[in-house]
Design a binder for this molecule. Sequence first.
Ligand code: 6PG
Length: 463
Amino acid sequence: MGANLARNLASREGNTVAILNRSPQRTEALVAEHPEAGFVPAVDYAGFAAALRRPRTAIVMVQAGAATDATIDALVEVFEPGDIIVDGGNAYFPDTIRRERAVRATGINFVGAGISGGEEGALRGPSIMPGGSDEAWRTLGPILRSIAAVAEGEPCVTHVGHDGAGHFVKMVHNGIEYADMQLIAEAYDLIRRGTGRSPAEIADVFAEWNRGELESYLIEITAEVLRQTDAATGVPLVDVILDQAGAKGTGAWTVQTALALGVPVSGIAEATFARSLSSRPEQRAAAASLPGPEATPLAADEAAFIEDVRQALYASKIVAYSQGFDEIRAGAAEHGWSIDLGAIAKIWRAGCIIRAQFLNRIAEAYAGEPGLPLLMTAPYFAEALARGQEAWRRVVVRATESGIPAPAFASSLAYYDGLRAERLPAALIQGQRDFFGAHSYRRVDRPGAFHTQWSGDRSETAL
Ligand code: 6PG
């Protein structure tokens, strides 16, 4: 990804790019493979620093963790106050906050920038989420704008906020990516097991969906994956891929952070746990003999069922994005970042993995009401949920009756119903807490905290 980002940078007018790799052979090979880039090779940090114009800007693309710290330390040695070090990896945002503070103390700027789009995006234009200081952004802004993807004439980069804000937002982007992927996978599974259609036939369904409100990169590539045949066996490739999903950790970070912030990102959590569940072969083998419905009942009206699944997918997707934006809002409040949620939706419209038409609707929702407490309550999304909720319920019922796991569909629906509920059984939980731990409760009819003498005469005391 680093090489592609360097090639992207070098291809833009006015940019000259110096490159430094741990292995000098890799640098030589890159220079030889891409003479058009006009790369300036460096063999050590001093040479790299000497090759750059002031204020120097270095973009670090190494593994998150110790390798990033080592590279930053080495750059700090050779850089001067006013220079900029950008970490373009998937760093954990608390690390970015720590690094920014440490590097800033030397007078050098440190910018944690989330970069999304994979190898291809890095070369052709990624979506970029930089944090760091305003001073760094003044120099860096034009450079990043020159390489970012463009959506409706606007570059997909914005100064997200200070210190770790960029990596925080990239983390949540990945959490949403997990939810989006899981929801699509559940939709595929439901259609396959509910109608018996082949992967290639379901590819046609996704291709069709990609022409409507679900239009997105992930739906588009889903159709391509489902259409692929395995050259060795002639069967659909999806049937010979081991069904154990990997994860590098950003989904788990999103969920851990949400737990710490008290933000319910249940769809993202279910998506993350679904990957964990898939990757427990011993447990799956042990549980395989547990009873369930005999055979999946075929959908009586296949076309209607597929349309229900489409609507359930769209409704669950709205919930997942709403939860993700809620986490960004809460994270910004906690860390004192001023994050423009509409601007985030805009920079995700192109270049990144979750790019979709849908993000225009999110940008519009925040433009209409910048202080929107919850995305899914914005008029456009509230109407879409109202339209889709009956189909959504039918799909969750069908999945449950058929024994087809649809954790993200079901938990998104439960979240929707939980928020809608006039009264929640949380009142009972408060009673239980007061019973065993004298944790007290508040009443609907009077201010203050109360405790009932559960093991005494059951009278109530105002605290
Ligand atoms: C991106 C991707 C990218 C990568 C993740 C996925 O925005 O370009 O999100 O960051 O694909 O690392 O990680 P998992 O391996 O956890 O799915």
